[in-house]
Design a protein around this ligand. Structure first.
Ligand code: GLU
Length: 304
């Protein structure tokens, strides 16, 4: 498969089309991004790398990082995390409060905001310094010490995150947050503010694609069964209430973020990351969705 050729062709086709959608502005700092950015990186299981456009430019990965915090909590605590958070698609917006009332404060899954906050709470309870330990974990699996939080984005979200603040306090009222909500939210906003390029993302997510992946210290991140489960959650819950549509059109486990990034992977074959900041109405990168639909069709590589 000539991945570079396929990537270049799709990239050019989409680049020539109108760049539709809206850049996220509910976090004011995110609206400062240049909407014309468009990058793609693919990494195969043999670690061959292919890129196009702005694939080495760092951006705010936002909710994509929820998969990484979930993986760290799963690594530390194993299956006991599922007592605190479910594994069902929500069918509701990522920041919805409605289901929490009927579900008694147990979020439907760890990739919606409520679920990610419970995972943050778990990490605060079981690490020395969650904000620092999480960053070190990401740097280690990416083999890159140059990955950082964006303090300006974290602070911008903190100053305007009324709904997230409500969510965290609401879960606390059901007893499913152990720590002080302000501490949980501070870690949550930092966790979402992490900046990576498409190239960094494909390196970072190798551990969910390649069963033989080892960190530089020759350590396994998750076992095969755990990796399968995280991929299953990405498949069913990774794209807000457009997850069914993504499975239908693209057919890969993945996760998007409101910074316009999408990470998707084909187990034992490749990881692919796309970045284009303009989002569709469901909050997923418009160009990213288009790119991946075309990519899995042309390469005949959906998991279905
Ligand atoms: N930090 C963002 C929020 O909580 C993440 C949103 C996203 O990328 O889905 O609203």
């Amino acid at each position: 498969m000539n991945y570079q050729k396929v990537i270049n062709e799709i990239y050019q086709t989409i680049h020539n089309q109108e760049n539709i959608g809206q850049v996220a502005s509910y976090i004011p700092e995110l609206s400062k991004v240049d909407p014309s950015n468009f990058g793609v990186c693919l990494r195969t299981i043999k670690n061959e790398e292919f890129g196009a456009g702005d694939w080495q430019t760092k951006f705010s990965i936002q909710s994509i990082s929820k998969v990484l915090s979930l993986s760290l909590a799963y690594k530390i605590l194993g299956d006991s995390i599922w007592k605190r958070v479910g594994v069902e698609p929500s069918g509701n917006p990522f920041n919805s409060l409605i289901q929490l009332e009927t579900d008694n404060g147990i979020p439907r899954n760890p990739l919606i905001n409520a679920g990610a906050m419970v995972i943050c709470d778990i990490l605060i309870s079981h690490t020395e310094n969650a904000t620092n330990d999480f960053l070190q974990f990401v740097r280690k699996i990416c083999s890159n010490n140059n990955i950082n939080y964006s303090e300006s984005i974290a602070q911008s979200e903190k100053a305007t995150g009324y709904r997230n603040i409500a969510l965290c306090n609401f879960i606390k009222s059901f007893g499913n947050i152990e720590n002080d909500p302000a501490t949980v939210l501070d870690f949550y906003f930092h966790m979402c503010s992490i900046e990576m390029s498409c190239q960094d993302l494909t390196k970072t997510f190798m551990f969910l694609m390649d069963n033989n992946f080892r960190t530089p210290e020759n350590e396994r991140v998750l076992n095969t069964s755990q990796a399968k489960r995280i991929n299953a959650i990405m498949e069913t819950c990774g794209f807000y209430d457009e997850s069914g549509e993504f499975a239908f059109k693209v057919g890969l486990p993945g996760k998007s973020g409101v910074g316009g990034g999408i990470l998707a992977l084909h187990p034992n074959e490749y990881c692919i990351a796309i970045w284009s900041p303009k989002l569709n109405k469901k909050g997923n990168s418009s160009r990213g969705m288009k790119f991946l639909e075309s990519f899995t069709t042309k390469t005949n590589s959906s998991i279905f």
